[in-house]
Design a protein around this ligand. Structure first.
Ligand SMILES: *Cc1c(COP(=O)(O)O)cnc(C)c1O
Length: 394
């Protein structure tokens, strides 16, 4: 390793999307377009071509390619604030653009939040695994300590006793190794990869946290779950909601995420993010997606019906353990009488891949994105016949 690189970075590997394709693309006869890509929780539906045409028109007639984009995202922040008002429960009109900060994907905002709260030995973060891996990865690349607790094996509720103990421990006077105190708790609602929304007990524990600990509720799948904690941002300065245009809004290619937070925090995030973090084309895409949200979100009932169809079908499989999901993906595990199922799950992924379906092995199980009805049916058929075949009977 080059001597001027931080030694602690040696343990990291660069993020590879679709690791299954990247690993040995030579052995795959199918191009990405022909695969059922059910491994990254994007929408299977592209933007309708009328909306792409509007976007192309904006590029042709409005965007000056030679100029830096709007650096304060004022218009888009205003449009997002209106959407947040309309999506809050109860409905409100209190959110305005001062509550919003926009990132190059919500990943960028996770990093901005970590910089604003924990950097320079100021704090540690708490996560409950299995969960979205970027919280931990981004914290570690910034040298921020991560405390992790577990979840219930039955329903993936956070082990609240351990979580509370971890927090008390981090603030105890006897904390002699000078580990910084926990400043941020990250939760995904619903969680990825397990699909469960926050329970009443989890929510009330999060609400019980003192003002010097911030609570980040990642609502990347809000449009599928239709349950949100965003109105708490108005009551509690330490409550932060993250959302994204990468999932239900079908804009993963454009990298737009946003944060709803107390105006003082939102203003701080504006200070620590990169100046022109959001390309003009992506700002335009997000504006169009919001303006035509009723069109884009129309397919959600169909995706939820498909999810329920797959849930019922997988529940019939004796070799599978399934859980209910509030998002656009399902989480499964192979049942085992003989210990670890990790290798068998890896084999199942591999076999599916050779047949043209990508799913994700993560968090001690398998995560399958709900795709188009055709993709879902193909994937279900493939999984059923693999399970019925000899290789798992041992
Ligand atoms: C997909 C996802 C995101 C979105 O990340 P972007 O950077 O906005 O694409 C955030 N959080 C969770 C839990 C996710 O699954």
């Amino acid at each position: 390793m080059l001597p001027f690189i931080r030694p602690d970075l040696a343990q990291f590997t660069a993020y590879t999307p679709h690791p299954e394709i990247a690993k040995d693309s030579s052995s795959l006869l199918l191009g990405p377009q022909e695969l059922d890509r059910l491994d990254t929780n994007e929408s299977s539906f592209d933007l309708p071509s009328e909306l792409k045409q509007k976007l192309a028109w904006t590029y042709q007639e409005v965007i000056e390619a030679n100029r830096y984009p709007n650096g304060d995202h004022a218009q888009l922040r205003q449009a997002i604030a209106e959407y947040v008002n309309e999506s809050a429960n109860p409905l409100t009109s209190e959110f305005d653009s001062t509550y919003i900060s926009i990132g190059n994907g919500s990943d960028e905002l996770i990093r901005a939040l970590l910089i604003a709260t924990c950097l320079q030995g100021q704090g540690a973060v708490l996560v409950a695994n299995p969960t979205f891996s970027m919280y931990e990865i981004l914290a570690q690349t910034l040298g921020i300590p991560v405390v992790s607790v577990g979840r219930s094996k039955a329903d993936f509720e956070i082990n609240l006793k351990s979580a509370q103990a971890a927090i008390e421990q981090s603030y105890a006077v006897s904390n002699e190794n000078a580990a910084p105190p926990i400043r941020v708790v990250f939760v995904a609602h619903p969680n990825s990869p397990t699909g469960n929304p926050l329970t009443v007990a989890e929510q009330s524990w999060l609400e019980s946290l003192p003002p010097h600990i911030s609570v980040v509720v990642d609502e990347a799948y809000f449009e599928f779950s239709q349950t949100t904690t965003v109105s708490k941002v108005l009551e509690r300065p330490n409550w932060i909601v993250l959302r994204t245009f990468s999932k239900a809004f079908r804009l993963a290619a454009h990298r737009v995420g946003y944060c709803v937070a107390h105006p003082e925090l939102a203003a701080t995030l504006e200070k620590v993010r990169l100046p022109y973090n959001l390309p003009a084309f992506s700002q335009a895409a997000a504006q169009i997606a919001l303006r035509y949200r009723h069109v884009l979100l129309e397919v959600i009932p169909q995706i939820l019906a498909e999810r329920d169809r797959l849930t019922r079908a997988f529940a019939q499989e004796a070799k599978l353990q399934t859980w209910p999901s509030a998002a656009n993906f399902l989480y499964l595990r192979l049942r085992s009488t003989t210990g670890s199922t990790k290798d068998l799950e890896a084999q199942l992924c591999q076999t599916l891949k050779s047949q043209g379906t990508l799913i994700r092995q993560t968090g001690g199980g398998l995560r399958i994105t709900i795709g188009s009805p055709l993709e879902n049916t193909r994937t279900l058929d493939r999984i059923q016949s693999i399970l019925a075949s000899a290789w798992l009977r041992r």
